[in-house]
Design a protein. Sequence first.
Length: 185
Amino acid sequence: MPTETERMLAGERYDPSDPALVADRERARDRARRYNATSETEGSRREAMLRELFETVGDDPTIQPPLRCDYGYNVAVGDGFFANYGCVFLDTNRIAFGDRCLLGPGVHVYAATHPIDPAERAAGRERGRPVTVGDDVWIGGRAVLNPGVSVGDGAVIASGAVVTEDVPARTVVGGNPARVIRTVE
């Protein structure tokens, strides 16, 4: 029988109150809290802390505190990753960023989702769907990426956009829900 962690990572319904998952969230919050207490002059220490927290970290990452995440071990960032202040990663499933991604302040990325049916939701079970962001993507401040979306290489997500569907490569999207505004030449 699979564990609740295995169910979560497989994108199946799982029980978030499982003691192992509660401990994993507490560990991630403690690591994020310590990371958030660092200063910009501690660049190498910050990078080492990110490597403890996230699944994978490419070369030369920058994340301005405060950072928030559920588990951390489901987040992968590529080379040259930059996230401005106040980003949130609800990583109940994998959240993967390619190389040279830029995130504005307050970007939220949600892999976590809940049942639509109120009775199922009241039962407390959740599930996650992966979020994938390609290379050279720029995500403007206060944008939200919802569970299960993919963002193609070279795309731009406008500030405040709410992404509910996949974003094609080399396009600019904006609005709520986000729609293609134009292509990138």
